[in-house]
Design a protein. Sequence first.
Length: 484
Amino acid sequence: VPLLGGDVEVRFDRAAVAVDDATIGLLRDVCERVDVDDRSRLAAGRDWWPLTVGWALAGEVPARAGAVARPATTAEVAGVLAVCSDRRVPVTPSGGRSGVCGGAIPVFGGVALDLCGIDGIVAVDNDSLLVDVRAGTFGDRLESDLRAGHGLTLGHWPQSIALSTVGGWLACRSAGQYSSRYGKIEDMVVGLEVVLADGRVIHTGGTAPRAACGPDLTQVFVGSEGALGVITEARLRAWPAPAYQRGVAYGFATFADGLDACRRTMRRGATPAVLRLYDPTESSRNFDQPGCVLLAVDEGDPGLVDAGLRVLHQESRPAVRLADGLVERWLAERNDTSALEWAVRHGLVVDTIEVAARWSALGAIYGGAVGALEDLEGTVSASAHQSHAYPDGACLYFTFAGQTAAAEDYYRRAWDAVVAVTLAQGGALSHHHGVGLNRGRHLAGALGPAFGVLTAVKAALDPAGILNPGKLGLPSPFGDAPWP
Ligand SMILES: Cc1cc2nc3c(=O)[nH]c(=O)nc-3n(C[C@H](O)[C@H](O)[C@H](O)COP(=O)(O)OP(=O)(O)OC[C@H]3O[C@@H](n4cnc5c(N)ncnc54)[C@H](O)[C@@H]3O)c2cc1C
């Protein structure tokens, strides 16, 4: 979205913390690249949060950083954090800025910490299938370097693979499209290098495949969305790059029938890498098919792949087998976002909401959430697909579009409706996009008394509250979050 050419309004300017010349000088002593030009500061003021993509079309950016620090080493990150901690300046870490919840928006100004310069594979232990990689490495580069140099794959294929970084994945608990075989990023990580708010560098885990050395400190930082520490390097599990891949498609009469086939397949221990079930609206929109389309793709050892797909075939009866061309179409078009861009440009309020729940709750969440969205005045379309499946449950990925003059009010009510249905059924607020700014108001309710543990951890690790203030619904010394 073009933005930086003309006059730009800054939505969250009111509470912005300026970075004075003395602080800029100190930052430049510890970090070679610190930019203060307006273009850099504005570009660092936004991410892919769909609501703000609409704002951008109207010449509005969510925030403006006071300065943009672009470290190239862990030592530079440590230096920046030590200065900012000392001078009480907010620091908002960012990777590819592909986050869709406003997590990388520096809502209180201060320093935007762009981690993209800390990139590349550090080491590969092919015997142990482990890769050490710097946090700013983009997904497509990591995957191609792993394959070309080592014959390995990470198996992590978020739709945003070319837009997002390893650090962003870990900070948001990202999921790739192949997660039923390879797991989410939290299943792939075995250890981290993290810079704490005061500049101390720590290492967590990473020494052995399993350990019993107290609580898992790696997982304290996975999903912490830049609010507990800055991830600079990770040790991740990899797999031999697969030479064999197969896909199949089935057509179900109802969404409930399709969900049940997925449940029974996973229950028997089959792990097709991709298992996606589309409701009637999305089956028609994406594949020109009546009923509900189920797509499965698996890869790896041919014996395991064929056995898993045989289980799926048995559990899909009496659904009809559809043309393999549907799978090829999905594989070719799966990272295409042009429909979303078209809708935003045509004035629709559009977003996606991914939640997760037990199999026993998924049907009620699907029906309740789509129904609640359809009941909202202004809704043009509400639909969902089951996007990631596990033995105990799955992710439901809703898409809504509305047309109304009260865009932000409609947007807020759409989110509140889906969240209310999900939490009432005991589901998780998010499966893989995280909380950021947009879902911050819901996290305390979703976690219940355990939210107090999170606030205590935040206070212990970041007593000055400088790390990504305004996110995760956490209290901030700089004021209340500016959204909603
Ligand atoms: C078209 C599109 C498709 C998408 N598809 C998927 C998908 O399939 N699966 C999925 O999981 N997500 C998807 N996303 C969401 C997004 O790509 C993920 O949330 C991703 O993990 C964000 O990575 P990033 O590097 O862009 O992080 P950013 O957006 O830059 O930051 C996200 C959050 O992480 C924090 N952060 C970033 N780097 C670090 C670090 N090194 N240390 C500490 N905190 C850090 C930031 O402060 C912020 O809170 C999609 C987004 C888009 C736009």
